[in-house]
Design a protein around this ligand. Structure first.
Ligand SMILES: [Cu+2]
Length: 123
């Protein structure tokens, strides 16, 4: 009888550990596709602050609404659009694997210094 009780206790503990372990591993799986649109112009982005969830696959449409060339680059994630002429748009796709705050900017010389940058917060 005592052996049966111990066996039951061990099974309950194993099931608990399995469930808990799975919950810890789950956030690396994609949890959906987030579509965002960001406009760039002289000299800024709109919106300049984005918030997304960890694990989300992001499809970001960048539209150059300015009168000179711009791009959108996220250095930490090696993600970037080409440098776009006024009126052009391009999509950059990435997955937010880590939590934190990440910078994005325009890499056309001088534009970042003039304020053409923003942040992506991954929660
Ligand atoms: Cu620019």
């Amino acid at each position: 009888m005592r052996a049966v009780i111990w066996a039951a206790v061990v099974i309950v503990l194993l099931l608990g550990a399995l469930t808990y372990g799975r919950a810890l591993l789950a956030p690396t799986e994609p949890v959906g596709v987030r579509e965002l649109t960001v406009q760039g112009f002289e000299y800024g982005f709109d919106p300049a602050e984005l918030t997304i969830h960890r694990g989300e696959a992001v499809r970001l449409l960048f539209r150059n609404t300015g009168t000179i060339e711009h791009d959108l680059t996220i250095p930490d994630w090696d993600a970037a659009t080409p440098i776009l002429a006024p009126g052009e748009e391009a999509v950059v796709e990435f997955q937010a694997r880590r939590s934190g705050t990440f910078r994005f900017l325009c890499t056309v010389p001088g534009h970042n210094e003039l304020g053409m940058n923003g942040t992506i917060r991954v929660e």
